[in-house]
Design a protein around this ligand. Structure first.
Ligand SMILES: [Zn+2]
Length: 242
């Protein structure tokens, strides 16, 4: 974790300091080596939040785009279950940055637990994800009427990464980093792919400006695709709202 409590105050890890876990209250030790990101680890092997995944540079870079008080926020359900959200906005929307694989069951649990949430997925984690996604786009019809931005309608098994996230009921944004797509109008950096799953085994894939997603989370401004402006989306259904 990036933050632990030291004398009751949220702090980043500094060498030799002990703190306590904001999730479970057990003692943590600052890990400030050269190989991994500076972070806090539980002193015992206890894992208090079974949803927590080891933080990568990718996670940390995303989290740092948001105010520190929004990062790693403890969330308690009515039944007492505790999880730490990667980012939770002032209005209560949770942003989860997902690098490793996640089972459909666990994904469903998190969507139910957080309710209003957005997934941002590391599209560079598995080798075949990008190539199969590109290939699927080549064979897919563009969507005109359903959204105002350029997008494609795909089967929800059309590519490995699309199939892995099928059934998701929240907005999913794929982050392929600076990967290039053979589309003349698309910039080579700053793009995310917004996947919106429909009930009929299809998904709408829409490239959007990455910064507009960040701004949307920060201040509620519209997410911008390429073409005409996008309508605001519903954070519950993950679909554009008209
Ligand atoms: Zn803990």
């Amino acid at each position: 974790m990036k933050f632990a409590l030291v004398d009751g105050i949220r702090q980043e890890a500094t060498t030799g300091v002990r703190g306590s876990c904001p999730g479970c209250g057990s003692p943590t030790l600052a890990k400030c080596g050269l190989k991994r990101l500076h972070h806090w680890a539980h002193i015992s092997t206890a894992v208090c939040d079974r949803w927590w995944e080891q933080e990568t540079e990718w996670h940390r870079a995303w989290k740092n785009l948001f105010p520190t008080q929004w990062q790693e926020v403890r969330h308690v359900a009515i039944d007492g279950e505790v999880h730490i959200a990667d980012v939770k906005t002032a209005s209560g929307t949770v942003i989860e940055f997902q690098h490793s694989e996640i089972t459909p069951q666990e994904r469903g649990s998190r969507e139910a637990f957080y309710d209003s949430m957005i997934w941002i997925v590391d599209g560079t984690r598995f080798k075949r994800d990008l190539s199969s996604f590109r290939e699927a786009l080549l064979n897919a019809p563009p969507v005109g009427a359903e959204t105002d931005a350029r997008s494609w309608l795909l089967f929800d098994r059309a590519a490995v990464i699309i199939e892995r996230w099928r059934g998701s009921k929240r907005p999913v944004f794929l982050d392929f980093g600076d990967a290039e797509f053979p589309l003349a109008w698309m910039p080579s950096t700053g793009v995310l792919w917004w996947l919106s799953y429909t009930l009929r085994g299809r998904v709408i894939a829409t490239p959007v400006h990455r910064q507009s997603v960040v701004d949307h989370i920060l201040s509620g401004t519209s997410i911008r695709g390429f073409g005409r402006p996008m309508p605001p989306m519903s954070r519950r259904s993950g679909r554009p709202r008209f």
